[in-house]
Design a protein around this ligand. Structure first.
Ligand code: SF4
Ligand code: FES
Length: 253
């Protein structure tokens, strides 16, 4: 295959970025999208030019680091797929492919296709954990959890923190990410003790950085783990409850 790439190049956070064009020749359709970028970078290196900076780690859809906009779509044209799992067979010989970093005010560009996603970490740091000592691993099935609940918690836990939901949202909202990180704890018995403090702290932190949700649903479409916007409804319900329950707790102290 021979494809033409239009890639966002930006030397640093304070530099002015621009689109640059590269020919990617002799590309196998069996290559992953990132392997195609590796080949382009090897050629740029051989010519003494600066390679394209992009983030990646696991290359198997687990770590969430590889996100980029491909032809205006977060993670590219294949649904339920992180950029690293996308293959060149999804494109055709002669295609022109536009590659850009996530576009969101909360994710400033660090270099080329790499953005700073630390606001997502701030949300998790605000309460995305269980602080009570839980002891050693209990025997399986010691705590009975209905299968539907366990399945829903597992679906939420699939979030890899990639930020595609934010990049795809016209409001740059992080509701899908936050609701997934809340739900995988709030649905389970172990998460109940801190459920409402956690919900308030994580939602309040989210609102410091990100826009508001107006139910476009683009986040769900872009999510490589196909996480449902139903979790957002669940988070909103818990947030309303948290306003009352946390006040009651304050009254007792
Ligand atoms: S909810 Fe989906 S799109 Fe958003 S950060 Fe998690 S995995 Fe990525
Ligand atoms: S490189 Fe880890 S999810 Fe893509």
């Amino acid at each position: 295959m021979h494809v033409k790439l239009h890639v966002w190049r930006q030397a640093g956070p304070d530099s002015t970025g621009r689109m640059e064009t590269y020919d990617a020749e002799d590309i196998s359709e069996e290559m992953s999208f990132l392997e195609m970028l590796d080949i382009v970078n090897e050629r740029l290196n051989a010519e003494g030019k600066e390679p394209i900076a992009f983030e990646h780690d696991c290359r198997e859809g687990i770590c969430g680091s590889c996100g980029m906009m491909i032809n205006g779509q977060a993670h590219g044209p294949q649904r339920g797929t992180a950029t690293c799992q996308l293959h060149m067979r999804k494109f055709s010989d002669g295609d022109e492919i536009h590659i850009e970093p996530w576009r969101a005010q909360a994710f400033p560009v660090l270099k080329d296709l790499i953005v700073d996603r630390r606001p997502l970490d701030a949300i998790v740091e605000a309460g995305g954990y269980i602080s009570a000592p839980t002891g050693a691993a209990p025997d399986a099935n010691l705590t009975l959890i209905p299968k539907e609940v366990a399945d829903a918690a597992m679906d939420a836990a699939a979030c890899i923190g990639c930020g595609a939901c934010v990049a795809a949202c016209p409001n740059s909202a992080a509701q899908l990410f936050t609701s997934a990180k809340l739900s995988h704890l709030n649905l389970l018995p172990q998460g109940q003790a801190e459920r409402y403090q956690r919900t308030q702290a994580m939602v309040d932190t989210m609102e410091q950085f990100f826009g508001s949700c107006t139910n476009h649903g683009e986040c769900q479409e872009a999510c490589p783990k196909e996480i449902s916007i139903d979790f957002i409804a669940y988070m909103n319900r818990d947030y309303v409850k948290a306003q009352i329950k946390n006040r009651k707790l304050l009254g007792q102290s």
